[in-house]
Design a protein around this ligand. Structure first.
Ligand code: PLP
Ligand code: SF4
Length: 337
């Protein structure tokens, strides 16, 4: 472990002090520089970006650390593969207006920022042109009109990018605006920041969330129990104490969490913190992520073991996002009725 007391540093300064140089990352972890190979080239199209608090959870000297593998650019990202494309989910077509991504009936994504605290190498949005698509304050009235024209919408999902990279003031403004629309009941926040910078869960954020009329659901993103040290769990538990529902989504990744044992440990660890496993996504076929891919047979084998290992309430739903479908598509166990 790296001796870095990230518990004591506020999230804003952690966010402005991210590690972006692969060389520095390897030095901190006492790993040989030759691990980089063609990584610099891979980092040109999608930069390295990782908070020190996340690096502090990595194992020094371990080139196969499951947290490191998620963030370190790799020369295999440069390999072309016909099945792996820049916009695997067809999101560019689903864009209704700036920031609004409405594919599912009752709920839609509002992307308020393109920025993330961490760059996950497998991310399906790594090529998405966010900067052209962010809503500005003056877009608010259009968004409101859009929601009101779709009476089935009862939930807004803040997505990104990562919405918790925004200031509390900005989040508070959007939440207040949205809560003035009576048909909305739920606000969901999809974020990896509480995992990679746990101090993001500060008193002001909690106060904004717990005082909203909307029912708040925070969906964090953690792929491995090693991401969930005591301090991180303590921060997640603070949300739960204030009646905020906290769920986790994970992505099944070769070399990171591709065993039933690892996935079971993750579920138990989440449950320790009061967080319920929600989704286990199979990898979206995005260009540059093919080295994280598992075959359907491997995936099925792992998931069947997860089903056997865990009580039903700790089993995340294994899903795939299929472009054009009206919901995430569950895999396995759905063909028998
Ligand atoms: C996953 C996703 C949602 C949320 O779906 P749930 O199944 O309700 O979690 C909404 N919009 C988009 C575009 C998504 O990819
Ligand atoms: S935090 Fe989420 S949106 Fe951002 S790079 Fe990682 S997976 Fe993608």
């Amino acid at each position: 472990m790296i001796n870095y007391l990230y518990q004591e540093q506020n999230w804003q300064s952690q966010l402005s002090d991210l590690i972006t140089d692969p060389q520095e990352l390897l030095e901190l972890l006492q790993l040989p520089q030759d691990l980089l190979g063609g990584a610099h080239l891979a980092a040109q199209s999608f930069k390295l970006r990782v908070p020190r608090a996340f690096v502090a959870k990595m194992q020094v000297g371990n080139p196969f650390d499951p947290l490191l593998l998620q963030v370190l650019p790799h020369h295999l990202e440069l390999k072309e593969h016909p099945d792996f494309v820049t916009d695997p989910l067809g999101e560019e077509d689903a864009n209704q207006q700036p920031g609004v991504l409405h594919k599912y009936k009752s709920r839609f994504l509002l992307t308020l920022t393109g920025a993330c605290a961490v760059h996950c190498r497998y991310c399906f949005r790594r090529h998405f042109p966010y900067q052209e698509n962010l809503p500005k304050n003056q877009d608010w009235l259009n968004i409101k009109q859009y929601i009101e024209s779709q009476p089935e919408i009862n939930e807004v999902i803040f997505s990104g990018g990562d919405p918790l990279t925004l200031s509390n003031r900005k989040l508070g403004e959007w939440i207040e605006r949205l809560s003035s629309i009576q048909q909305l009941k739920f606000l969901r926040i999809h974020s990896r920041v509480p995992i990679v910078i746990p101090n993001r869960v500060d008193d002001e954020l909690i106060s904004i969330l717990k005082n909203s009329r909307l029912r708040i659901i925070v969906v964090v993103h953690s792929n491995h129990a090693a991401e969930l040290d005591d301090f991180t769990c303590h921060k997640l538990a603070q949300l739960i104490e204030h009646k905020i529902t906290v769920l986790n989504q994970a992505v099944l990744l070769k070399g990171v969490n591709d065993s039933a044992q690892i996935l079971s440990n993750l579920s138990y660890r989440l449950f320790d913190a009061g967080v319920m496993p929600y989704y286990l996504h199979v990898l979206d076929k995005v260009k540059g992520a093919q080295h994280f891919d598992l075959t359907p047979d491997q995936t099925e084998l792992i998931y069947k073991d997860v089903l056997a290992n865990l009580p039903g309430y700790l089993v995340p739903k294994l899903v795939r996002e299929i472009a054009g479908e009206k919901n995430k598509t569950p895999l396995f166990g759905t063909t028998n009725f």
